[in-house]
Design a protein around this ligand. Sequence first.
Ligand SMILES: Nc1ncnc2c1ncn2[C@@H]1O[C@H](COP(=O)(O)OP(=O)(O)OP(=O)(O)O)[C@@H](O)[C@H]1O
Ligand SMILES: O=C(O)C1=C[C@@H](O)[C@@H](O)[C@H](O)C1
Ligand SMILES: [Mg+2]
Length: 213
Amino acid sequence: MSTMDDHAQQQGEAAGMAAEIRERLGSRPLVIVGLMGAGKSTVGKKIASLLGLPFFDADNEIEAVSRMSIPELFEAYGETEFRDLERRVIQRMLEDGPMVLATGGGAYMNAQTREAIAALGVSVWLKADLDLLMERVSRRQNRPLLRNANPRDVMKKLMAERYPIYALADLAVTSRDEKKEVIAQEVLDALSGYLGLCETDTSGQAVTGNIPS
Ligand SMILES: Nc1ncnc2c1ncn2[C@@H]1O[C@H](COP(=O)(O)OP(=O)(O)OP(=O)(O)O)[C@@H](O)[C@H]1O
Ligand SMILES: O=C(O)C1=C[C@@H](O)[C@@H](O)[C@H](O)C1
Ligand SMILES: [Mg+2]
């Protein structure tokens, strides 16, 4: 077979796999959780385009409904009020049907938000190590929790507090120094295994991205 035929076949298989995943997800959004800088927005957008689903970012949605930025919300109302607004916005988005939804880093720590995600969606934790997170968050100054003399220590503390909770998500995929396309494909492989579309190994990881015919 020619390279062009190979390419067309791969494209066809990818489209078929996306359609199967969409069908098995039904109305459940794919919800991405994890720390600031893990790649939830970047990888989430890529996953959405591979699946042919809309992408939404809960932080952006909160900013749109409140007409304030996240740092302004923290400043004006404090973290507790912010979490409550975040919970309400995410609850509404979860009821909006199929989509890829990137949540804010702290959203999954709220028990009610977590329960709503478990009831209405399929969750995936994008897990990353400290060095990668610090390198990636250093590019922007829009994270109120890291506006601190020692953001690395804050991030370390957040990892200790949050990783056992993020681990409750349906799936975990390691976000590494790899192209977003590679991480997005690994999420799709893990999701295929979770949805029963391909074989998984004893730890629940997909052993192949192929859907049995
Ligand atoms: N696979 C990747 N390769 C290279 N850069 C990446 C990759 N994934 C994310 N980035 C970059 O890392 C930074 C953080 O990524 P992103 O904004 O997607 O993280 P996030 O998890 O959504 O963070 P937050 O919780 O703060 O919204 C961005 O500058 C993004 O461009
Ligand atoms: O990790 C967190 O608690 C946060 C992450 C961001 O996405 C924002 O939701 C906000 O800065 C809080
Ligand atoms: Mg983001």
